[in-house]
Design a protein around this ligand. Structure first.
Ligand code: SAM
Length: 326
């Protein structure tokens, strides 16, 4: 996965415009991971700018973030002071970030000379947020992770995909049936530019990663070796416009729900501006590229009447898998 490593990829935008995961989810993760013992050392794979890495400090003494992209790691390291201060953490040496691919650092840990993070069997928790779909060779991945974890240690991976508008407010009051039709149309417009029309971002997503993600990581889940891992806990959340109860189930049921409420349309534009498929489309088409995030808003305005006074609620399809090393 190379898009996030490109010099022109805006890593700070990534940090600001991508969803951060709800505190309720980290409570579920922390409870699961600390069930067998305390968590001393955690590693966050594909950490990017550290979105999922910092919250691990709430239940782990030491946290290391690892990412393929030196640029992501540079941004992550530049945020350490601010993030630790915001979290009230005085000992900043509790967290650091290291550049390198999971394959080079964890699969082949003999070449990991400077800092041997993997393969010592001393890790209590390994996480992979929104990145496992990019990793190579899942059988080797699981074998390597099992060697790095303590017995009873946790591997947790999670993902989100596609921001789906599930409600909107504006100056015009639409009837319930018109509302449902407009919500469905709003997704069709996004889908056209992101996936369906080959003239736009569709062919520019790196594969097989995007396909694995859109299939809710089924390929990864199917590769879990049951002789190495136990207590497998899976939870998938599919946003459903026609059934708001399914979309906003009660907070207690344990889903990883990423819900954004009452946001201006520009928030969706900002989110789409971080999409690797859109980034690659722009690079491929140069001056001829249209600005897909802006075009989606223009189509929403012309086809749905949504404009500056419209605010939206949106959610992502999402899910997680936890397991314990035997
Ligand atoms: C979509 S970002 C997710 C960042 C962060 N974990 C989050 O939840 O927002 C995916 C990250 O995975 C990293 N990545 C992709 N393949 C990788 C690999 N094989 N080894 C390490 N990092 C990888 C990318 O560089 C990128 O920063």
């Amino acid at each position: 996965m190379s898009t996030f490593s490109k010099a022109n990829f805006k890593t700070l935008n990534y940090n600001s415009f991508r969803p951060h995961y709800p505190a309720s989810f980290y409570k579920i993760l922390g409870d699961y991971a600390s069930q067998k013992s305390g968590i001393k050392k955690a590693v966050d794979l594909g950490c990017g700018t550290g979105v999922a890495t910092y919250p691990l400090l709430n239940f782990s003494d030491q946290v290391i973030g690892v990412d393929l992209s030196p640029k992501m790691v540079e941004t992550a390291n530049s945020l350490v002071n601010d993030r630790c201060e915001t979290m009230g953490i005085s000992d900043k040496s509790r967290i650091h970030f290291v550049a390198g691919s999971v394959e080079s650092l964890a699969y082949d840990n003999s070449s990991n000379k400077d800092e041997k993070i993997f393969g010592n069997g001393d890790l209590d928790l390994i996480t992979a947020a929104q990145c496992i779909h990019w990793f190579q060779d899942y059988p080797t991945f699981f074998q390597s992770i099992a060697k790095s974890l303590k017995p009873g240690g946790t591997l947790a991976y999670w993902y989100y995909i596609d921001s789906i508008v599930v409600d909107y407010k504006g100056s015009n009051l639409d009837s319930a049936s018109i509302k449902t039709a407009k919500l469905e149309k709003s997704w069709q417009i996004v889908s056209k530019y992101l996936y369906d029309d080959p003239n736009f971002a569709g062919p520019h997503w790196e594969q097989p990663g995007r396909g694995i993600l859109r299939d809710h990581l089924r390929k990864v889940d199917e590769a879990i070796p049951k002789d190495l891992f136990t207590d497998i806990k899976k939870n998938k959340f599919i946003s459903d416009i026609s059934d708001p109860e399914k979309t906003f189930p009660s907070v207690e049921n344990g889903d990883l729900k990423i819900v954004m409420k009452d946001l201006p349309l520009s928030a969706i534009k900002d989110y789409h501006s971080t999409a690797s498929g859109i980034h690659n489309y722009k690079e491929a088409h140069g001056d001829k590229a249209i600005d897909i995030p802006s075009q989606i808003l223009k189509d929403w305005e012309s086809e749905l009447g949504w404009g500056e006074d419209t605010t939206v609620d949106y959610v992502f399809h999402s899910g997680y898998t936890f397991m314990r090393k035997k």
